[in-house]
Design a protein around this ligand. Structure first.
Ligand code: GAL
Length: 957
């Protein structure tokens, strides 16, 4: 074949979606037709511009022997150890000049080559046809097979298929794919994530037998009044549909109604079926459910649902958005195990296998189109492609590729037009087309608060107060909006430590019918595994324009370890509420569909945080919304001065597909008898010993009053501490109008407090040290008095703090910090919350007796910041010391100082020193969500107010 080389690159900047691809159709993983995965090692050549090379590489016989190799699916910038460029992270700014549809001359272009043979069992050439399917290529690809150009396309996270049967050979097929990083399509793909070019999803050759299935649409509704499902499969190619378990065997296009178990996220009943055409058998997994907007509510199978959701980007710390099935399954299992019931596929259709998993395990899905034009906000949305008719064909193409690909998933209840694309005619066109094509689902889009095109009023990061107003229908808005239900498609910004305040949101959601829940932003930190930095974020690859660690804002760390935010969310959205009542446990079923028969309830008393043996709590199989009071199964033990509490745990009674028997779904605790008050520890007299003062087990510096050792354990401090390494949520986002406390704290100088000694007095059974703690350059201060007493065995510290001056900001923390020699510190034991907790991230604080090494007490936020506090701590033991507190205190211990934590940019900057720094805090400021949302609610402020708190130090037991 003769091959004429060209350097045509006009298509790159063409607003049209592409040329040559087949019409979109339903996606399925497998049928009885043959297929051949073309994933694997491909030859690869990178050019700096789109037209640096002609297309001779696509010709048969081209020798690419000296090219590099990349793995497909993959992103070339994450391969080749930096030889193929680097990832770029921007939130909404386009990393190129905004001049649509033009892109820079510097346009990294990856030529990919793969030579393949057909397997021996491939049908004879000429027997049917074949299709080449690309499931995802960022951002623009041009394709050749055996020297013949097939076409080009844009729409990175959408499938494209090409007919290739006539071009195939038994052996030595040459598939050539030219991928441009930037294209007109990039203007439509300005999602807040890394820009990662490449063939990042599967490439598959599909045999299409004569009479193969074409496109088909499974309509499977459920009538909750009759308990019947109606099935009709519309198919381009006639055939039959069978569902053995339901005795269904009908022609395509024909309806059949039978009694079924409905599909819901809680009860994901799927029926195996088959679509059989003359040439192909396609397996179907059918879920019967009906989604409607009725009475101003989103109802499925006749009931309003409450989204307990999360926004999920596709992410893997090494492979970027090239996810394998096991990683997708891990996401779904983690979500199910943490009580989530919904996913918004922000901000593009995910790999289709993820949706199969959502069908199978049960998650409501908002499937979002691959569309965001957020960068146009910088120019007041001028030239926004969604309001420019020239781009409408591309938008409609994207909508169609999403809907046609994914329409057979029962898990999808909403189509979303995209994210942060302003408003415009193109969006309306998309919504009209979608509504026309699929009447069985609703349409979502957040960017138009008038809800012109949508079936739900959706917002992101609305404050608690506003959500409350919306719940009460007091939010005004257009007539249409007033009739619609409300969701927060994004809230609770999980960047770093946090999000705070989600329990308060949940209470509001549950208070008002109109509020149908929300989706935390977001599932996973997009940190890139890096040899020196641990996990890299924006700027770590030398990007001149970037948004730092704003890309690390997930409920799980980049390696999918759950962060405390996920544990908190699990508790906040638990589907069973367990509360104390008089002599009883009140249990409420908060599921939308399931009764409680799949759970067993375990009851145990704890004395001083330690369980005394478990009992079964007989809870009736309550229906959704019902509650019951269940008598305590045993009398409380005598605590003998120790605190007595009970804990009830709701556990899976049998193995489920997503967790084993015994998995904890929900829990509750209650105090039965409080602990005895803290020992007064008085009676011993301070005695002078040279430069030292001795009081009971404590030795002090006589000049400064500083404690030097307790019971032979050397200590540094304790002294007043107000500083915490600001969290991302403390620092807030630069565009926030409200006070950003992290910034104000630093301005005030709370990170460089000076401690002035005003007096040391050893007298009448006590040692009193008076100080004034204040930042340089400012007139505010905290008068702090440390009063030490002892009974000879124990040493008691009472701290009293009196603010001076006009404090306009809350304090980050208020307590004492002391240092212990790392060599002897060992691990810690305490009675308090097991995991990290702060005032507004404390729902999951399960108060028991816990042990942990110092390392385990650190939460590895990708950008180091305040972390690891345990709340409600009654006592803690470490380094040979026992520390009891009154009132309960916040406990943290770290092998570096807060100042070192503050200075670090990556976890690898933190190196353990020879001192373990222990914070015993009377108070902590709330966390909030201000890195992209509201700050802490006022009730979680740590106000600068007079405070008194005490600790008793004694040798560990
Ligand atoms: C939203 C946006 C998300 C993400 C988030 C902040 O505005 O929709 O994509 O950028 O803010 O992390």
């Amino acid at each position: 074949m003769s091959f004429r080389t060209t350097r045509t690159v006009d298509y790159v900047e063409d607003v049209a979606p592409g040329a040559g691809a087949l019409a979109p159709r339903a996606w399925y993983a497998a049928s009885d037709a043959k297929s051949l995965s073309l994933n694997g090692d491909w030859r690869f050549r990178l050019s700096a511009t789109a037209d640096a090379e002609d297309d001779s590489f696509a010709a048969e016989g081209y020798d690419a022997g000296d090219w590099a190799e990349v793995t497909v699916p993959g992103h070339w910038v994450l391969q080749g150890d930096g030889a193929f460029g680097a990832p770029i992270y921007t939130n909404h700014l386009y990393p190129f000049p905004v001049d649509p549809p033009h892109v820079p001359t510097e346009n990294p272009t990856g030529d990919h080559l793969r030579v393949f043979d057909l397997p021996d069992d491939w049908p004879a050439l000429g027997d049917g046809d074949a299709v080449l399917r690309f499931d995802g290529v960022e951002s623009c690809a041009r394709i050749w097979l055996n020297g013949t150009e097939l076409g080009e396309f844009k729409g990175s996270r959408l499938p494209h298929e090409f007919t290739v049967g006539a071009l195939l050979k038994p052996a030595g097929n040459v598939l050539a794919v030219r991928v441009h990083q930037w294209s007109a399509g990039s203007y439509l793909e300005d999602q807040d994530q890394w820009w990662l070019p490449g063939i990042f999803r599967d490439v598959t050759l599909l045999h299409r037998p004569v009479g193969a299935a074409g496109d088909f649409f499974v309509h499977a509704s459920y009538d909750h009044a009759t308990g019947e499902g109606t099935l009709r499969v519309d198919s381009d190619v006639d055939g039959r549909v069978s569902v053995p378990a339901l005795d269904i065997d009908v022609a395509t296009g024909e309806s059949v109604t039978v009694a079924v178990e409905p599909w819901s996220a809680e009860t994901p009943e799927l029926y195996d079926g088959e679509l059989v055409t003359a040439g192909e058998r396609v397996p179907l997994r059918i879920g019967f459910r009906t989604v409607v907007l009725a009475d101003g509510l989103i109802k499925v199978n006749g009931r309003a649902i409450l989204f307990r959701g999360v926004n999920r980007h596709e992410w893997h710390p090494e492979r970027g958005r090239a996810l394998d099935l096991e990683t997708m399954r891990e996401d779904v299992l983690l979500m199910k195990r943490h009580n989530l019931n919904a996913v918004r596929t922000s901000h593009y259709p995910p790999h289709p296998a993820f949706l199969d998993l959502c069908d199978e395990y049960g998650l409501w899905v908002i499937d979002e189109c691959d569309l965001e034009t957020h960068g146009f906000t910088e120019q007041g949305w001028r030239d926004n492609p969604v309001d420019d008719d020239r781009w409408t064909p591309a938008l409609l193409d994207r909508a169609a590729r999403m809907v046609e690909r994914d329409k057979n998933h029962p898990s999808i209840v909403f189509w979303s037009l995209g994210n942060e694309a302003g408003t415009g005619r193109g969006l309306t066109a998309m919504a009209e087309w979608i509504h026309g094509r699929d009447t069985s689902r609703l349409v979502h889009y957040e960017g138009d608060w008038n809800c012109r095109d949508t079936d739900v009023y959706s917002r992101m990061y609305a404050s608690h107060a506003e959500v409350e107003r919306i719940g009460q229908h007091l939010d005004g808005g257009t007539g249409k909006r007033r009739e619609l239900p409300f969701i927060q498609c994004e809230y609770g910004h999980a960047m770093g430590n946090g999000p705070g305040g989600i329990a308060d949101y949940q209470q509001i959601f549950e208070r008002h019918d109109r509020l149908q829940g929300g989706f935390i932003w977001e599932w996973i930190d997009h940190g890139v595994r890096h040899p020196e930095l641990g996990f890299a974020y924006g700027g770590d690859f030398g990007e001149e324009l970037h948004d730092g660690n704003f890309v690390c804002d997930g409920l799980v760390f980049p390696d999918r370890r759950p962060s405390p935010g996920l544990v908190e969310y699990k508790k906040v959205i638990e589907p069973v509420r367990i509360e104390g009542a008089d002599g009883a446990v009140r249990v409420t079923n908060a599921y939308d569909f399931a009764d409680l028969s799949h759970l067993e309830f375990e009851f145990a008393y704890q004395v001083d945080g330690e369980s005394t043996g478990a009992h079964t709590l007989a809870v009736p199989p309550l229906a959704p919304g019902e509650s019951a009071e269940v008598k305590l199964p045993a009398a409380a033990p005598d605590g003998d001065g120790a605190e007595v509490r009970w804990t009830v745990r709701a556990l899976l009674a049998a193995d489920s597909p997503w967790a084993g028997r015994g998995h904890e779904v929900a829990w509750g605790q209650r105090t039965v008898a409080p602990r005895a008050p803290l020992a007064t520890a008085t009676g011993a007299e301070p005695t002078a010993d040279g430069d030292l003062i001795v009081l009971g087990p404590g030795t002090f510096d006589a000049a400064t009053g500083a404690l030097l050792s307790v019971g032979g354990v050397d200590v540094t401090g304790p002294r007043l501490d107000v500083w915490r390494a600001p969290t991302d949520n403390d620092d807030g986002a630069s565009w926030q109008d409200d006070a950003r406390w992290g910034v104000l704290w630093r301005q005030l100088g709370l990170h460089r407090m000076r401690h002035r000694l005003d007096g040391v007095a050893a007298e009448a059974g006590s040692l009193t040290v008076r100080t004034r703690v204040a930042p340089a350059a400012r007139d505010v201060a905290l008068r702090t008095v440390y009063r030490w007493t002892s009974d000879g065995e124990r040493l008691r510290l009472s701290v009293s703090v009196t603010p001076e001056g006009d404090w306009k900001v809350p304090l980050p923390r208020l307590g004492v910090r002391l240092g212990l020699p790392a060599a002897v510190t060992g691990s810690a034991t305490w009675f308090g919350s097991g995991g990290e907790a702060y005032p507004d991230t404390r729902a999951a604080a399960k108060l028991l007796r816990w042990d942990a090494g110092i390392e385990e007490l650190q939460t590895p936020y990708v950008r180091p910041q305040e972390n690891g506090a345990r709340s409600d701590v009654r006592w803690a033991e470490l380094g040979g010391l026992r520390i009891e507190g009154e009132p309960e205190f916040w406990f943290s211990a770290r092998p570096w100082t807060s100042e070192q934590l503050d200075a670090a940019r990556h976890l690898t900057d933190l190196v353990p020193g020879d001192t373990v720094w222990v914070n015993l805090d009377h108070g902590q400021h709330g966390i909030g969500s201000q890195s992209c949302g509201p700050g802490p609610l006022p009730q979680y402020f740590l106000k600068a107010e007079p405070a008194e708190f005490s600790f008793v130090f004694a040798p560990a037991r």
